[in-house]
Ligand binder design. Structure first.
Ligand code: COA
Length: 176
């Protein structure tokens, strides 16, 4: 089954999957399991709220009726940055990996982003050294444009984050 948009009814299952993600991969996500565990289910329901032009949208895949992967997109509302969307919360649990679910989720998110008027590009960050995720993104057309040192504190140290972007349509030449 292709990935579908999650709805508020999926909030408990989505919450459980993301708390697993934060706990299993503290390097890969900026949110911690502890801080997200404190948020009420209503917070997760809001993230999945219905609407034609949501500020956030989350896609999920289901395997035998169980949520087996997720990816989210956030859209800007401010006038000067509303041409940019951000991919967040990409997670496929170990037991479902290397089956192409991550790839399908990413393709679904990019296809959806292209339907949003005025959105020209999608950005994301990936922890330096997360080669599985970075190679997946690059296969889907993302290009790195910078490395942020000391981006996230993890345990007693810090990790760097690579910033990537993907143009959703042909954009004018731009030097930076
Ligand atoms: C990144 C992630 C979402 C990929 O999900 P997935 O469902 O396994 O992705 P896919 O099956 O579509 O693709 C996996 C591909 O990566 C490749 N791969 C797996 N491990 C790899 C590694 N260490 N280095 C390079 N490539 C790797 C696989 O061979 C596969 O390639 P293929 O499509 O050419 O066969 C998943 O590994 C994950 O949730 N990781 C932990 C959380 C995370 O890092 N999220 C991203 C935060 S930015």
């Amino acid at each position: 089954m292709p990935p579908t948009r999650l709805t508020p009814q999926h909030a408990p299952e989505y919450r459980a999957l993301m708390l697993e993600a934060y706990a299993q991969h503290p390097d890969a996500f900026t949110s911690s399991a502890a801080e997200r565990a404190q948020l009420p289910v209503a917070w997760w329901e809001d993230r999945l709220a219905a609407g034609e032009m949501p500020q956030e949208i989350v896609f999920g895949c289901f395997t035998d009726g169980v949520l087996s992967g997720v990816a989210g997109l956030a859209f800007e509302t401010r006038e000067k940055v509303k041409h940019k969307a951000t991919l967040f919360g990409m997670y496929v649990p170990t037991r479902h990996r290397n089956l192409g679910l991550g790839s399908k989720l990413l393709a679904t998110a990019l296809t959806y982003a292209r339907t949003r008027p005025g959105v020209l590009l999608v950005q994301l960050t990936v922890t330096d050294g997360n080669t599985a995720a970075q190679s997946l993104y690059e296969r889907h057309g993302f290009l790195p444009f910078g490395l942020e040192p000391f981006a996230v504190a993890v345990g007693s140290g810090y990790v760097s984050k690579s910033h990537l972007w993907c143009a959703l349509e042909s954009l004018p030449e731009y030097s930076f």
